[in-house]
Design a protein around this ligand. Structure first.
Ligand SMILES: NC(=O)c1ccc[n+]([C@@H]2O[C@H](COP(=O)([O-])OP(=O)(O)OC[C@H]3O[C@@H](n4cnc5c(N)ncnc54)[C@H](O)[C@@H]3O)[C@@H](O)[C@H]2O)c1
Ligand SMILES: [Zn+2]
Ligand SMILES: [Zn+2]
Length: 360
């Protein structure tokens, strides 16, 4: 029997989100219904609400979640009812050209549920990143459920998006390793996770750049060795002077704006790597002298989801967390209700919030 539960949708561009009844079908072949325990509020949810991702309204928001499998459909063997899982937006297909080359972290044909969740009048919802988890129960492809050791859902659920994206941007995409220098521009949930990842990987110079002193203080907790407030200090010069005049080996851009991308481009050392993990809006443009793109060498990379492989990375990061080597608790600034998502969006612009986490 389909179930009707409460969920948070974005009905039209820029309008406040609404808490409404959502109909969740029983899981079909290859699908699972998951009881959501927690879901973090990621900046990408706000991008959806503002029309920055696409126009497929209404969206069922939320995609950074942990919960328990309630039921599985035909043919599902990897997870079973009762399993504690983190939801992922990279259920790899195993067959596309990336998977065939042994690079499933770039899978071009990831799985989502086939059936649609709907409003009570039958209107189909577009789940954010194929998940939709600001809701009591959600329907996903079974491959989107990654089984992990039992741990605080509010903390480990953040691995489902922003924290994984940031950690992986530094460690997987940027390839930061021991002795490297790294600068991270934008120290929200994503940027601070990049800082934490750089520390785990052994970077020795870790420069945090943000326009908020509160965020920079948090960055120090996660492992920043230096901080730069770019609203008062020119960040490219500051990063260069903190790295012997050269620039950082890796610069992670975790804002998603042309001016911060340009800063990242010029703040890296010759032959260094820029990693863009911040998500730009479709209208944004950068103009760079081509001679500098050539002359500075190195690599300009983008990082989707930190180039993670959920089945490999989520359990490993939960282990680092339970061993006390990766402080996921410190990303959880507040625990809120399903009705508080709009207020959490406001706090993204003003407050010291790394993550507001909806607890169901
Ligand atoms: N690539 C991916 O897979 C992926 C996954 C999750 C999120 N994201 C994106 O990463 C970005 C960051 O997400 P978040 O959840 O950490 O957002 P957030 O709002 O928590 O953090 C953004 C941070 O950037 C800072 N900032 C804003 N303007 C700045 C500027 N001009 N210079 C320096 N710092 C500035 C803010 O003070 C804030 O600390 C967003 O664009 C989000 O959509 C990407
Ligand atoms: Zn694939
Ligand atoms: Zn996200």
């Amino acid at each position: 029997m389909p179930q009707t539960v409460k969920g948070v949708i974005s009905r039209s561009k820029g309008a406040d989100v609404e808490l409404v009844d959502v109909v969740v079908p029983d899981p079909g072949p290859g699908e699972a219904v998951v009881t959501i325990e927690t879901c973090g509020v990621c900046h990408t949810d706000l991008h959806y609400r503002e029309g920055g991702i696409n126009d497929d309204y209404p969206f069922l928001l939320g995609h950074e979640a942990a919960g328990r499998v309630e039921a599985v459909g035909e043919g599902v063997t990897d997870v079973a009812p009762g399993d504690f899982v983190i939801l992922n937006w990279r259920a790899v297909c195993g067959q596309c050209r990336a998977c065939a080359k042994g690079k499933p972290q770039y899978c071009f044909d990831t799985h989502n549920a086939t059936q649609k969740m709907t409003l009570t009048d039958g209107t189909e919802l577009t789940p954010a990143l194929g998940i939709g988890a600001f809701i009591e129960k959600t329907l996903v492809a079974a491959g989107q459920c990654t089984k992990v050791p039992e741990a605080d859902a509010a903390a480990v659920g953040l691995l489902g998006c922003g924290v994984m994206a940031g950690f992986g941007a530094a460690v997987n995409t940027g390839g930061v390793s021991r002795g490297d220098s790294i600068a991270v521009i934008g120290c929200g949930g994503v940027g601070n996770a990049a800082i934490a990842g750089a520390r785990v990987a052994g970077a020795t110079t870790i420069i945090a750049v943000d326009v908020s002193d509160a965020k920079l203080e948090q960055a120090t907790h996660f492992g920043a060795t230096h901080t730069v407030n770019s609203s008062t200090t020119e960040p490219v010069e500051a990063i260069r002077s903190l790295t012997g005049g050269n620039g950082a080996d890796v610069v992670v851009e975790a804002v998603g704006r042309p001016e911060t991308y340009e800063q990242a481009f010029y703040a890296r050392d010759l032959a260094g790597t820029v990693v863009l993990v911040g998500v730009p809006t479709p209208d944004q443009q950068v103009t760079l002298p081509m001679i500098d793109i050539f002359g500075r060498g190195g690599a300009l990379k983008s990082s989707w989801y930190g180039d993670c492989l959920p089945s490999r990375d989520f359990p490993m990061l939960v282990d680092l967390y339970t061993q006390g080597r990766f402080d996921l608790d410190a990303f959880v600034t507040e625990r809120i209700g399903l009705g508080d998502v709009e207020a959490a969006f406001d706090k993204m612009h003003t407050g010291n919030v790394l993550r507001s986490v909806v607890v169901l």
